[in-house]
Design a protein around this ligand. Structure first.
Ligand code: PLP
Length: 419
C-alpha cells in the first residue's frame, strides 16, 4: 500500500522502490543533500495548477470576476511571480508586500491593499505605485488618503465591512464576527461610504468582507454576500478568502469548484448581475504545494518518544497559534512499518514548540529525514529568528530539477541590523 503521506503531497509525489520520497521528480534525500535542512520545498507545477484552477473555476462562470492571491499566505517574490504569470492579481497587506509584488512584475492596477493599521508611509507607497484598490478599514485611512492623493487624481477604494458571520474555524482566525478588529459594522461602514462618496480624491468602488481562514464549509463564506448587498449597489464586491486547506488524512475541505459555486449562487441571489466579484484565496491556494523537510537531531525515549528536529516554531508557527494538526513521514523509509507513537518537536525553548502530536513512525533514528506535508501557507510568512534560528530556504522543484528561490539565512544575516 502506498504511504498515506503521498495523498497529502502534490500529485507528482511518489515513492521509489527503496522507500524514498520523490517530489516533483527529485529524490528528496538528494534535495536534502543539495539544500540542507530545514527547507521549505515547493512543487512549482502544483502551485501553478492551483492558481489556474482558481482562475478557470471563477472566470468560466463569471468572466468579469477575478482572483487575487492573498500574498500573506506565502509572501515570497517568486510565489507572487508565479501568480502574476498565471494571470491573477495580488492582495497585499503592507508596504513590504506591495514592494515585493512590484518586483514580481505585477500590474499595480491588479493590487488590492489591505490592513487594519496602514501607516501614512504605506499608503504613500500604494498611491505612488498606483495600487488599483485600497481597502479602507477605518476613517483614518480616508483622512490619510485624502492627504496623499495628488490633486487631479482619484484613488479607487473599497470599504471593509464586518459581515457578522461567525464561522466554525478556530477563534484566532475568525474575522467576520462583531467585535473583530478588522473593518466596520454595517452602520459605521454606511457612514464612511457616505463620506467617501463626497470625497474629491476617493472613488467609492465597492465593499469587502473576509469571514476568516481555514473554513471548510463554503456556506459560511457565502453567508457574507447578503450583508454586503444590504449596504447598497456598487461596482465591486470583494468576498475575501478563507477556504480551508487539507492538512490531515481526515480533513476534506470543499473543492475550489464547490466553493466558487456557493459564492456565485449567493452573488446571483443578492448582487447586481454586472458587478465585479473578487475573491482572495491564500491558504487554499498554496498550502498543498509545499512540504517542509527536517533532519531528526535527537530521539528521546522517556515519558514519551520525543523526536526532535532541526526546525520548529522558527519556521512554522501554525501549531502554536491555533493548534494546526499536520502529518509527517520519514523521507527515506516510506516502506518501513510504523512501530512507535511519537511526538515531533522543534528545537526552540518553548514547550509549545511542537510540530506533530501524536504521530506513528517506524522507529525513528538520529539523522532520519522527516517531511511534514502541506506546509505552504503561513509558514514562510511567520518564520522568525527565535533562539538565533536561521530561517530556511524556499526551494522550487519542477520536472526533476530544483532551485532555491529564497536562500537560507546565514549567521551573518542574523547580525546585519546590529548598529
Ligand atoms: C483580507 C484578507 N483576504 C484574504 C485572506 C486570505 O485568507 P485565507 O488564507 O484563509 O484564504 C486574508 C487572511 O487573513 C485576509 O485577511
Amino acid at each position: 500500500m502506498p504511504h498515506p503521506l503521498l495523498d497529502l503531497l502534490p500529485s507528482g509525489a511518489t515513492a521509489d522502490d527503496d522507500g524514498t520520497l520523490r517530489f516533483a521528480g527529485c529524490r528528496v534525500d538528494d534535495l536534502a543533500r543539495e539544500f540542507d535542512t530545514p527547507a521549505i520545498i515547493v512543487d512549482e507545477a502544483a502551485l501553478r495548477a492551483r492558481a489556474a484552477e482558481y482562475r478557470t473555476a471563477l472566470t468560466s462562470q463569471r468572466p468579469n470576476a477575478r482572483v487575487v492571491f492573498a500574498s500573506k499566505a506565502f509572501p515570497a517574490t517568486a510565489v507572487q511571480r508565479v501568480m502574476v504569470e498565471e494571470g491573477i492579481g495580488l492582495d497585499v497587506a503592507g508596504g513590504g508586500e506591495i514592494l515585493s509584488a512590484l518586483r514580481a512584475g505585477v500590474d499595480p492596477a491588479l493590487l488590492v491593499l489591505h490592513g487594519n493599521a496602514k501607516t501614512t508611509e504605506e499608503l504613500g507607497i500604494a498611491v505612488d505605485a498606483g495600487v488599483g484598490l485600497v481597502v479602507v478599514d477605518n476613517a483614518d485611512d480616508v483622512d490619510r488618503l485624502e492627504h496623499l492623493v495628488p490633486e487631479g487624481r482619484m484613488q479607487d477604494v473599497l470599504v471593509r465591512v464586518i459581515p457578522e458571520v461567525e464561522s466554525s474555524t478556530h477563534p484566532h482566525v475568525q474575522t467576520g464576527q462583531v467585535g473583530s478588529k478588522f473593518g466596520l459594522t454595517a452602520p459605521a461602514a454606511a457612514r464612511l461610504i457616505d463620506r467617501i462618496q463626497q470625497s474629491p480624491k476617493l472613488r467609492m468602488r465597492g465593499v469587502h468582507a473576509h469571514v476568516g481562514s481555514q473554513i471548510m464549509d463554503p456556506a459560511e463564506l457565502a453567508a457574507a454576500v447578503a450583508p454586503l448587498a444590504a449596504l447598497g449597489t456598487f461596482d465591486v464586491y470583494d468576498l475575501g478568502g478563507g477556504l480551508g486547506a487539507r492538512y490531515t488524512y481526515d480533513e476534506h475541505p470543499a473543492s475550489v469548484d464547490a466553493y466558487v459555486e456557493a459564492l456565485l449562487a449567493a452573488a446571483d441571489e443578492h448582487l447586481p448581475a454586472e458587478a465585479e466579484i473578487i475573491i482572495e484565496p491564500g491558504r487554499s491556494m498554496v498550502n498543498g504545494a509545499a512540504m517542509t523537510l527536517y533532519t531528526v537531531t535527537t530521539v528521546k525515549r522517556d515519558a514519551r518518544t520525543f523526536v526532535a528536529v532541526d526546525g520548529g516554531m522558527g519556521d512554522n508557527l501554525e501549531v502554536a497559534l491555533f493548534q494546526q494538526r499536520y502529518e509527517a513521514g520519514l523521507v527515506a523509509r516510506l516502506n518501513d512499518e510504523d512501530s512507535e507513537d511519537v511526538v515531533v518537536v522543534g528545537r526552540h525553548c518553548e514547550s509549545g514548540d511542537v510540530l506533530v502530536d501524536p504521530l506513528r513512525l517506524p522507529a525513528p533514528r538520529v539523522g532520519d529525514l522527516l517531511a511534514v506535508a502541506a506546509t505552504g501557507a503561513y509558514t514562510h510568512t511567520m518564520g522568525n529568528n527565535y533562539n538565533g534560528y536561521r530561517r530556511p530556504p524556499v526551494v522550487f522543484v519542477r520536472d526533476g530539477s530544483a532551485r532555491a528561490v529564497i536562500r537560507r539565512e546565514t549567521w551573518d544575516d542574523l547580525f546585519a541590523r546590529d548598529v
